[in-house]
Design a protein around this ligand. Sequence first.
Ligand code: 0RA
Length: 639
Amino acid sequence: MTQRDTSSYDAKDIQVLEGLEAVRRRPGMYVGGTDIKALHHLVYEVVDNSIDEALAGFCDRIEVWIHPDSSVTVSDNGRGIPVDIHPQKKVPALQLVMTTLHAGGKFGGGGYKVSGGLHGVGLSAVNALSEWFEVEVRRGGKIHRQRYARGYPIGPLEVIGKTSRDDTGTTQTFKFDTEIFKGDLDYRYETLVQRFREMAFVTRGVKIHFVDERHDKEMTFYFEGGIKSFVRYLNRNRKVLHPVMHVEKEVDGITIDVAIQYSDSYSESVYSFANTINTVDGGTHLTGLRMALTRTINDYARRAGLLKDSDSNFSGDDTREGLTAIVSIKHPDPQFESQTKVKLMNPEVQTYTQQVVNEAFGAFLEETPSAGKAIVQKCLTSARARDAARKARDLVIRKSALESLTLPGKLADCSSRDPNNTELYIVEGDSAGGSAKQGRDRHFQAILPLRGKILNTERARLDKILANNEVKALISALGTGIGENFNLEGLRYKRIIIMTDADVDGSHIRTLLLTFFFRYMQPLIEEGHLYIAQPPLYRIAHQKKVYYAYTEAQKEEIIRSLGIPPEKVNLQRYKGLGEMNPHQLWETTMDPENRTLLQVTIEDAAEADRTFDMLMGAAVPPRRRFIQTHAKEVRNLDI
Ligand code: 0RA
């Protein structure tokens, strides 16, 4: 008998292979597409399996390596994927896991699969979408290995070495298939760092070591305090009102883990997780937490005499200003609203979360009266401010109705009134604004110059923001309203393009604008209307021809291709938009035929919140440092 057991490809295996073919034919159905997001989900799917092993209590170390060729190794010190022959299927359990859809965790052994990748399709989907995949299992004193190509085993499971009996674990290396993930896609270090940090926060006690060999960068995540550390981390630049309140409890087989801390900030930073997945659309765990908070604070305020009989109760909004909280649940059978797993639906989770938080947070307020008083005080201020804001807003709305939607004087509007093809350039400074006005195509491009720095939106309240002249001009030019009154239908332009200098001030203004849009006009970002213009960094003139370079690499490439010695190059570095004449500005940055625009996306609200907080929170030193160290990269910021 030969090593390769070809007889195993009988009817039942053909079914398996058809499954993998289906994944390759319609990746969208299994990993959500073939874009950069889906590409990252391959890594999450593989790491999730190791996280499961950690949640089951058998693994405390996970290594992730991105190699120079963009293959990825994920290694853990768990029990190792079982390699014994499956009694019915007559193939090693490992091979079943690697080739059968939905096989994850269903092959014996203790512990249920809790984390689950985006679609829970398991390793087999990643295997099918990988040019090659290699698994090594250390188990029972032996090192086993099997290799695959595009989902098919290209050899049997072999024993390739020995190890000590107590050295167990799984090491998986795969290279995503460029036949599937087309168009120069590659992993983003920051995106992965963000996800691994979250995973480590919500999986207390696991150490995740991440190495990016492409950029020679690495990071280790380990949080002794779990989500308590997470809340401390989110509040690290804020002035907090009390120590973190933390509770972890199991009810009916469901683990409910909650951490809460108020700060003097005006924003809310609340994140929810279900089986380590960031449920960005919330769900029953989040609703349970919110209801419990409002109720507990009102109860406490009444009992402590801080709210009088004649006072009305705090609203939910009143109790959420300055709140930083994490709710993370682990459920053996989580129900999500959709394939994309962003909203948790299990009804019992709301009841349980509410009970656990009521009890623990109620006790915390009673036992820590200084915290209770500070929180109630914060809610009172918030309620009053909300009242003032409502009045101010009503006034602005009435006034603007009276003034019959007068457009700001500084706006150079376009002549087309069709919001399906028009663009608004928000330009830093009057001089660049002047060039943009002359250089634009006035038929569809409008220009709004902003002078100086617009209000620092993180530290200001809605009522103050509305009073700011620069912001007023921006709001009326857009026509959508703001905050709770935002209405996308009023939008007067298809694209809103932020055009600022490639220097520190420019990046500061850009971040301020992004904060404003993020906090008060989020749907505008979600619907893809917000862009960042990309002015060139260099102008290279040679023999009466002019070339523009938008990156350092491009500059090098152009100089090389011209074949002239570097010292003979006529090179101009643009420090600001003002250095370009109107025609150059049009040609390089505004002409739809030539320009590059970066679309602003909300990849992850938590990450955006973090960056904005750091840039604009009350603590000044970290902001300086960030702007200085990132000033060069910031031009590629796509939140
Ligand atoms: C189920 C059972 C057992 C191990 C695993 C799953 C497992 C899967 C993965 C995937 C990546 N790393 C992993 N580590 C472990 C073993 C059951 C037993 O030994 O009794």
